[in-house]
Write a protein of this length. Structure first.
Length: 94
């Protein structure tokens, strides 16, 4: 493969999501003082853009969606087990 088609768009959209996540820390509810509107709705829009860029990247570069979906399911289960702390819940006794 000569190059990864769509990689620049994935990077751009990741950056936009990261920027809004940074804004969500000090302004978790409501508008950001940059005048661009509510952080939550902007974040939703940018996540949608990132999903589209990722799907295009996967499709165009002939990556295996079954491999990606399998890993996705495993990681989502792990993240849910961690909860908000990032630490796995103790199982069993102490």
């Amino acid at each position: 493969m000569e190059h990864w088609r769509g990689i620049g768009k994935v990077i751009e959209e990741c950056g936009e999501v990261l920027q809004l996540l940074g804004k969500a820390i000090p302004f978790p509810t409501g508008d950001h003082p940059d005048g661009q509107g509510e952080v939550r709705s902007r974040l939703e829009a940018e996540i949608a853009d990132l999903y589209a860029a990722m799907d295009y990247f996967i499709e165009t570069n002939h990556l295996d969606p079954e491999v990606i979906d399998g890993r996705y399911v495993q990681k989502l289960e792990q993240f849910r087990a961690w909860g908000l702390t990032g630490i796995a819940a103790k199982q069993g006794g102490a």
